[in-house]
Ligand binder design. Sequence first.
Ligand code: PEP
Ligand code: MG
Length: 739
Amino acid sequence: MAEAETPQARFSAIVRIVAAELAAEVCSIYVMRPGEILELFATEGLRQDAVHRTRLRVGEGIVGTVAASGQALNLPDAQNHPAFAYRAETGEEAFASMLAVPVLRGGQVLGVIAVQNRDVRLYHEDEAEALETLAMLLAELVVGLSRSGGSEQGERPRALNVTLPRVFEGVGLTPGIVLGPVLCHGARPAQATVLADDPARERDRLEAAIAEMHAGLDALVTKGIGRGSASAETRDVLEAYRLIAADAGWLARIRDSVIAGLTAEAAVERELGELRARMRRVSDAYLRERLADLEDAGGRLLDHLAGRVQAEGAAPGFILLARRLGPAELLDYHARGLAGLLLEEGSPTAHATIIARALEVPLLAGGRGAVDAAEAGEAAVLDAEEGRLILRPDSEIVYGYEAAISARAVRRAVLAESALLPPLTRDGVRISVMMNAGLLADVGHLAGSGADGIGLFRTEIAWLARGGLPDAEAEEQFYARVVEGAAGRPVLFRTIDLGGDKLLPGFPHGEEENPALGWRSLRIGLDRPAMLRRQLRALLRAAAGARTLRVMFPMVTTVEEFRAAKAMLRAETASLRRAGRAPEHVLAGAMLEVPALVWQMPALLDEADFLSIGSNDLTQFLFAADRGNARVAGRYDFLSAPMLDLLAHVAALCRAASVPVSLCGEAASRPLEALAVLGVGIRSVSMPAGAVPAVKAMVRSLDLSAFSRFLAGLRRSAAGGHSLRTEIAAWARDHGITL
Ligand code: PEP
Ligand code: MG
């Protein structure tokens, strides 16, 4: 390759050599072009005049499928594969089998290399392995190609208009607004050499870097564990991380690659490349977390090999843009002055999210493309309230946000002042404003938030954060600390709600086509009674010193299910009571999340001590719109007659039966939605802690009877299922409601 003078000559040499070495009749390289187009760049065996002419979209044909998935395909009979796309100009109809491998770098697909044969044959594992190693080398050439300006056909690299502002949409996971320079995570320079001159020396370098990495991590994790009030969850996450970093499997694979002749850097890169490709394929959120942790450790290893320090030289107050981030990396950046964070692949339960929440770093999840579009040092606004990142904002946007940031500070001070006042409406109705929680860190916010109690304690969160089932004693201690932290305020413990998008590693969740509608939640609890009973026992014991324990069951679909769950709670209570280890009162509640339950209300209300409406799932099931799918997120409005009528109906039945009802989930976290919930007759709402002060301020500015009359009229006049948001917001504005 060193002999070849132009990039085109190098690519042509490669396809020639590979075809000969693998005894393939065809070898072709496709390179990713702007607009997600794969261009045939060089071929041995297909028609030469197809080069630079044959183009496939990502997802189109076998090559496009490999590019879309980042996963190799080994097909004995490619032409009968459903994705096969025939391109007459190539003359490839003569070839039956195909092995296509993605050219990956930093988790991005840069192209595809493929071999084909006339015979129907399955390529051997060694051949696939060889092609994958070659694809690594090729990645460097493709990067060099785009730097040098593309093919000799006169194409220029992507013409980015780098000075224009760009907006990236996402979801705020930790609130806040930050203005600052960006720093891109993961932009480690590529290794220059792939093959080692002196493998023995390379092994020594690798071992030294591994030792340094472990020492550095131990120090960092120990420091992180000792940090602040959030240390319980931080500890769980960091301990899990430390175990993963020390895992022998991935280090052994890296050592093997070095023994096989790769440089230490190339060996780590190779392992990381495979990890990233795997990550793209796994949907199990917790497995992805494990992989994200490993990627964190791998990146650290590269830094030690290069003697580099991440974020060195970054001014404090920076906004970090990353695809993913491991917990240790986040702690590192935080120590260097991290002010805000965008994670393209962030999720509410990711390890980095848990740590960011504990550190109170504003975090935006989503914003795909931001990492690639940004250059270090460019200005940006991270708005985790509205869910967007504005890159290269113009001066008016900056001015607007500076004003918003200072207004926010003033508002926070005002809210903080009223946060501890009782949530009494202007016409004297006492509303119960509670908070949702799942970690001890959340419970720590209870007193300061001004919430009346915990209206939803998601017990599965701690299990998920730990990455497995807790032992009975640890579980009991955990609940005891929650009860203690609540200091006499009510806590509605929700029994484990696994399944759907909450998958526990090692738990037999199984593959399901529609997990949200599948084996989840109380369904699992009833099918695995030992597990549910164990949890109930832990709760009862933990609350033995308290007056009242409130337990609610999620996803109740039939009254029968509720009866069965309640019977378990009663049985456990009776046996512990005999031993003097149960609380005085044990209340059993049902969560209303499945619309079918609305039509079983009389029977349910005979059985339930209280009801809690899970607004997230109820909305998803009522409108048949996946709660996690951004494409349908804005399509149906909580503030429309179907939802408000349902809530009004439930509230009226509960009132008549004297069964307390509250609404939890995320809906009531927005003051306007909370206003409507009160307007239909519900007097108790629960929401993430951060939303409590604003909702209390709304309550204190409200004449509830006037609003209820208005809302009833509005619902009566509403035709169809369209949104009533504008009308409700207008009323709120006209009546001086604090929103
Ligand atoms: C809900 O669905 O609104 C709820 C509170 O449960 P989850 O934990 O599924 O959000
Ligand atoms: Mg739910």
